[in-house]
Unconditional design. Structure first.
Length: 279
C-alpha cells in the first residue's frame, strides 16, 4: 500500500458529518485465496475479482447497517487494481491522488481496511510488509513496531476518525486488536508461513465480511479513535543502503541514525509522517 493521498484525505475527517460515510482502504495481500506474491499483481484477473467481491460484500454490509455512503480507495499497487465496471453500484471509487484543496470538504464517519496484511517481520503473516516489501525492513512508532495498520489508524485518529472494520488474515486481525480492540474483524485466512495459508472460499469470505461490516456499521460513534501520543518519533529502517532516501540537506526533525535508518520527529503523527513523505 502507498499513502500519497491518505493523509490529505483524513484531513477532512475532523468535522462531523451529518450522513454516515465510511472510507474503505483496500489492499490485496489480505484477500482470501491470495497467498503468493505473483497473485498480487494489479492486473491479475483472479485477484481483482476476489478483491472486488470482498469490497462489495463490505459495502453491502455497511449499507444494510445504516451507512449512507461508502467511498472505496484503490490502495494497492499504485491504484491500478479496481474498476468502476465491477465495484458495487452504490459505492464510489477513489483512484489516484488528489490535491488537498479537493479533500478538505470530505467528511468520514469511520474507516475500514479491506484485504489488509500485517506489518513487516510478523510471524505467519501472509506477505507481511510495511508499505514496501522491498524498501522497508522495519518501522517504529514511538519505539514500537508498526506497519500500515498502525500508521493509517494513527493518522485517522489524529483527525478523530475511528477504524471500525478490518478484513484480512489472522495476523492482521491480531495487530489491529492490539490498538483498537473494538474494531470488527473478518478473518478470511490463517498464515502458516509467509506464502502458505489456509483460506476460506471466496463465497464464505464474502459472507463473513458482509456480516462483520453489518456489525461494524452499528459501532459508528462508539469506537474510540486510535491516537499516537505526541511528540511522535517515526523511525524507518530500510532494507539496504540503496533503498535509503538521500538526505542531502539537513532538516529540522530528521535524523540519519545509521546507513539504513532515518528518524522523523514531529509534534504529532501528521507532522512526523509528512516529514517522511517529503523525503
Amino acid at each position: 500500500m502507498r499513502l500519497p493521498l491518505f493523509v490529505l484525505l483524513l484531513s477532512a475527517c475532523a468535522a462531523a458529518a451529518q450522513n454516515k460515510t465510511v472510507f474503505l482502504v483496500t489492499d490485496a495481500e489480505g484477500v482470501a485465496g491470495v497467498c503468493r506474491q505473483d497473485q498480487t499483481d494489479a492486473k491479475d484477473p483472479e485477484m481483482r475479482q476476489l478483491l472486488t467481491g470482498e469490497i462489495n460484500a463490505a459495502v453491502e454490509g455497511l449499507l444494510a447497517g445504516g451507512v449512507d455512503s461508502v467511498i472505496v480507495w484503490d490502495g494497492h499497487d499504485g491504484s491500478q487494481t479496481l474498476s468502476t465496471l465491477t465495484i458495487h453500484p452504490k459505492a464510489r471509487l477513489l483512484i489516484g491522488s488528489l490535491p488537498p484543496s479537493m479533500l478538505f470538504e470530505r467528511h468520514f464517519s469511520a474507516i475500514g481496511f479491506i484485504g489488509q496484511h500485517s506489518m513487516a517481520n510478523t510471524r505467519a503473516g501472509i506477505m507481511a510488509h510495511s508499505f514496501s516489501s522491498l524498501g522497508i525492513q522495519n518501522m517504529l512508532l514511538n519505539g514500537k513496531p508498526v506497519g500500515e495498520i498502525g500508521v493509517v489508524s494513527a493518522l485517522a485518529g489524529h483527525f478523530g476518525t475511528p477504524v471500525i472494520l478490518l478484513t484480512g488474515d489472522q495476523a492482521a486481525a491480531d495487530e489491529i486488536h492490539r490498538i483498537i480492540p473494538r474494531a470488527e474483524l473478518a478473518v478470511v485466512k490463517e498464515g502458516l508461513s509467509r506464502h502458505t495459508c489456509i483460506s476460506l472460499s471466496a463465497e464464505s469470505a464474502r459472507r463473513t465480511i458482509r456480516e462483520a461490516a453489518l456489525r461494524a456499521a452499528a459501532r459508528i460513534g462508539s469506537v474510540t479513535p486510535y491516537v499516537a501520543p505526541g511528540p511522535v518519533t517515526l523511525e524507518i529502517e530500510h532494507t539496504t543502503r540503496n533503498s535509503l532516501p538521500i538526505e542531502t540537506t539537513p532538516r529540522p526533525g530528521v535524523t540519519v541514525v545509521d546507513d539504513r535508518t532515518i528518524r522523523y520527529q514531529g509534534k504529532d503523527i501528521l507532522e512526523a509522517w509528512t516529514l517522511y513523505r517529503e523525503k
